[in-house]
Design a protein around this ligand. Structure first.
Ligand SMILES: NC(=O)c1ccc[n+]([C@@H]2O[C@H](COP(=O)([O-])OP(=O)(O)OC[C@H]3O[C@@H](n4cnc5c(N)ncnc54)[C@H](OP(=O)(O)O)[C@@H]3O)[C@@H](O)[C@H]2O)c1
Length: 318
């Protein structure tokens, strides 16, 4: 057995799913349950009561085994991944809570407080656990659109608007890319019509297009990648295609997004050794925006600008 093949036990595959109670995770679990070669789905659950109340069908299914874990607390992580054939990551970062915390995050203080820090630390720790336990596990990640190039306007804006989200997601997935493990990283767009300037999507750049992808489709691809080591092997996939968008707008009935029509990139060539610094783009963008605001104010309100300058000089001299 090579590291590229998912190792099926005589009983079948054992798949670990994070975020199983989430919107994408639920589809992942139901899709895996339809597959005969999956004997056990180990679902990562942080809130036992919520899981039992909201997912009675999962709770009573003998193929679904809950694993209680809080991904923001590494002490709750599994000590080994050697029993698992694949891990499907569909969790998200914790939600923002409170304006003070938000402000600290925007200012770049308290790194570990960022809501998406959980995603970063989770990837790092799971890679270490897999490597320590010499596991042949495959990592399949539901990440986010626009994670190829930090200088893309879409990535820049998303990172800025969501204060570092893209950066942490990227850094987390880089742990996986730089490991020797097999993996597939899927970059889904929003499931509910992402319309940006309502023009055609240009290759890999979000602001100039309109793309969508249902969560069921994302889940289907995640499950297929988890159950077959050669599907999307050591690749990052953009889960969208121009034909898919065209089929929706022209004919009404969208074509199926599958392994032949999604965009894939071989990370070994393009991303693995990329030295990406999201902070440079983040602060360059903020700096340029401030400079543009100053120039625009000076140009639009010359008299007020002069008065402000004179008052500042007086204040400085006194
Ligand atoms: N089209 C899309 O769906 C789309 C597009 C772009 C990116 N993504 C990415 O895909 C992923 C899944 O998105 P989603 O909309 O399905 O997420 P979601 O509905 O918000 O679900 C999040 C899941 O993560 C779990 N979780 C959060 N923090 C946790 C923690 N500290 N410990 C354990 N579990 C934790 C939640 O558990 P609880 O149930 O206990 O809260 C929940 O099961 C995210 O990373 C998202 O950024 C999705």
């Amino acid at each position: 057995m090579t590291s590229s093949t998912v190792s099926s036990t005589p009983k079948g595959l054992n798949i670990f799913v994070t975020g199983a109670t989430g919107r994408t995770g639920k589809y992942v679990v139901s899709t895996l349950l339809e597959r005969d070669n999956v004997s056990q789905i180990t679902v990562c659950v942080r809130n036992k009561e919520k899981f039992e109340k909201e997912f009675p069908n999962l709770k009573s299914n003998p193929r679904v085994v809950p694993f209680y874990i809080d991904l923001s607390n590494t002490a709750t992580y599994p000590v080994s991944l050697s029993n698992f054939d694949a891990v499907i990551f569909t969790h998200s970062g914790s939600k923002f809570n409170g304006p003070i915390r938000m402000l600290r995050i925007i200012l770049g203080l308290f790194w570990a407080e960022h809501p998406y820090y959980t995603e970063y630390i989770c990837m790092e720790e799971f890679v270490k656990i897999a490597e320590t336990s010499n596991s042949k596990v495959k990592f399949v990640v539901c990440s986010a659109v626009g994670l190829f190039n930090p200088w893309m306007l879409s990535t820049l804006l998303l990172n800025l608007l969501l204060s570092g989200t893209i950066k942490y997601k990227y850094l987390g997935t880089q742990w996986i890319r730089n490991s020797n493990l097999n993996y597939t990283i899927i970059l889904p767009p929003d499931p509910n019509k992402t319309v940006v300037f309502n023009q055609r999507w240009k290759a890999r750049d979000l602001p100039f297009g309109r793309i969508t992808c249902p969560r069921e489709t994302v889940a289907k691809l995640l499950c297929e990648a988890a159950c077959d080591g050669n599907k999307g092997k050591r690749s990052t996939l953009n889960v969208w295609s121009e034909e898919y968008e065209e089929s929706k707008s022209n004919k009404g009935e969208p074509i199926d997004l599958n392994w032949t029509n999604v965009r894939s990139d071989n990370d070994n060539d393009k991303l693995r050794f990329a030295n990406v610094n999201f902070d440079t783009t983040y602060y360059t963008f903020i700096g340029l925006s401030l400079a543009a605001t100053v120039v625009a104010t000076k140009w639009l309100f010359p008299r007020q600008w002069e008065t402000l300058g004179n008052s500042t000089k007086k204040l400085w001299r006194s």
